[in-house]
Design a protein around this ligand. Structure first.
Ligand SMILES: O=C(O)CCC(=O)C(=O)O
Length: 259
């Protein structure tokens, strides 16, 4: 097997770890020039407020400004529809080091739903917010709750600037509805959730590192306590045989067939 091929694939140990833990970090998967280009597009689009945008104020998570008129009221949380913002995102989605790995996780034919993630998370200092523990599948509707998220760090991600926290193995748990609150956040105030919550790990990343995680893996993050914005590019992927349920929001947007 040539070096190139190996670099495009997970090792058997990595595949086993993903299955066991519901997440895996691959260091330096995205090339520096690709990350530079994505950072430039992000800075430009945030500066010019190129829609569609999700503002911090839209979600009202803890720490978010109260209204658009408040101080920080125009703080961007996510640039939506990332794929359409620049060809660099197509370059990323079709790069062999990503497609090879996604085929291992999802099979030879897979798609990138543009309805979910497909965004650049822009966690700004001062006015960003805390995201509670949740599974991404909570608002998505597919035949099986079985998608893979790909989170690319464009800069350092640490506890201080609100890196993701993950609960290993939580994608394999069977939960009761009562373990979640009305907004489907995993409750931190009930005793039955404490054993899982105590297993939290931090997904600390360097620029170009990629976090793969299952859409049922519990994760959370704090606001950004540093002085610099944290930018991350996030897409999700599904197997060809796991289509969105007709009539749901998951079925309303196009999907990219990537092979
Ligand atoms: O960075 C964050 O605050 C969390 C983002 C997140 O969990 C998500 O988009 O699903």
């Amino acid at each position: 097997m040539s070096t190139n091929v190996v670099a495009s694939l997970f090792t058997p140990d990595e595949l086993a770890a993903f299955e066991q833990d519901g997440y895996l970090i691959v260091r330096g998967l995205a090339e520096p020039d690709l990350c530079d280009h994505m950072r430039a597009v992000t800075l430009d689009n945030v500066q010019r407020l190129i829609e569609p945008i999700e503002f911090e104020v839209d979600l009202q998570y803890p720490g978010a400004p109260e209204s658009p008129a408040a101080l920080g009221g125009r703080t961007v949380r996510r640039l939506l529809q990332a794929h359409g913002r620049d060809y660099v995102f197509t370059r990323w989605l079709t790069s062999p080091q990503l497609t090879g790995r996604l085929k291992q996780l999802l099979g030879p034919e897979y798609l990138c739903p543009l309805a979910h993630h497909n965004c650049i998370m822009t966690k700004e200092p001062q006015f960003s917010s805390d995201t509670g523990w949740h599974q991404d599948i909570r608002y998505w509707s597919f035949t099986r709750p079985d998608l893979v998220n790909v989170w690319l760090a464009l800069g350092q991600e640490r506890a201080e600037n609100g890196c993701l926290k993950i609960i290993p193995g939580s994608h394999r748990e069977k939960f009761q509805r009562a373990q979640f609150d009305d907004d489907t956040f995993f409750r931190t105030d009930v005793p039955e959730n404490q054993p899982l919550l105590s297993r939290e790990v931090r997904a600390e990343l360097e620029p170009g590192d990629v976090l793969f995680f299952h859409c049922r893996t519990l994760h959370a993050a704090t606001r950004n306590y540093s002085n610099e914005t944290k930018n991350s590019v996030v897409f999700t992927f599904r197997s060809l045989d796991n289509p969105p349920l007709p009539g749901t929001r998951s079925a309303l947007s196009p999907e990219l067939l990537l092979h």
